[in-house]
Write a protein that binds this ligand. Structure first.
Ligand SMILES: [Zn+2]
Length: 217
């Protein structure tokens, strides 16, 4: 925040809560921390989108502060709260960039973070869960056999399974994949959040993106 009005005695976890960002057309574009969401609201670059009884209501910073006051009193469990000098403000679940038209990238970037999130940190051979530092990336069809680094050919593997498999295909190594690797439709990080009850309101925006994405062959 550029002002002293907010974040005087911040609850760190609340300022780190995840907020879904939509473009002007209500399509999910990314996830930011609450502190960044408040910054965008304060600059009037974004507004809060609150899903209430199946309808979307939009609020600017000051009207959101008013809504917060009401909810603080009657529905305190609905939100995480950030304490300011004069009032408590609710961390919004969803915000919308007022002037941002770009359609979100439909291709999810293939990186370690997204790959581990897609596979939920599970080795795709033994099915066990590991810390990220104990996982490696396995090419299902090994690179030495012409396998590419694409969503459908890479999986998480624990070090033990990776060594066991070596430069072989799963069939040659007599190892079976827990599930077939797929290209995710949305950032797996967004998808995981949408599965939790707290972030239920995200889901419809992801579905909306699904219906609006231009089809190509
Ligand atoms: Zn394993």
């Amino acid at each position: 925040m550029t002002t002293a009005a907010v974040a005087v005695a911040p609850v760190p976890s609340a300022l780190n809560a995840s907020v879904l960002v939509l473009n002007r057309l209500f399509m999910a574009v990314r996830v930011v921390r609450a502190r960044d969401a408040f910054r965008l609201l304060w600059k009037e670059t974004a507004e809060v989108v609150s899903v209430e009884d199946e309808t979307y209501n939009c609020y600017n910073f000051s009207s959101w502060a008013e809504v917060s006051e009401h909810r603080r009193r009657f529905q305190p469990d609905l939100h995480e709260w950030v304490r300011t000098v004069r009032f408590d403000i609710a961390v919004p679940r969803v915000i919308r960039l007022i002037a941002y038209d770009r359609v979100p990238r439909t291709r999810v970037r293939l990186n370690r973070r997204n790959l581990f999130a897609r596979d939920e940190n599970r080795c795709q051979y033994c099915g066990r869960k590991f810390k990220s530092s104990d996982l490696s990336i396995d090419h299902v069809l090994p690179r030495s056999r012409g396998g590419h680094t694409v969503w459908t050919n890479v999986v998480c593997a624990c070090l033990k399974c990776n060594v066991k498999k070596g430069g072989r295909t799963p069939k040659q190594a007599h190892m079976r994949l827990v599930r077939k690797p797929k290209q995710p439709r949305f950032s797996p990080v967004i998808t995981i959040h949408a599965g939790s009850p707290r972030y239920r309101s995200w889901k419809q925006f992801l579905d909306a993106a699904y219906w609006h994405v231009e089809l190509r062959d």
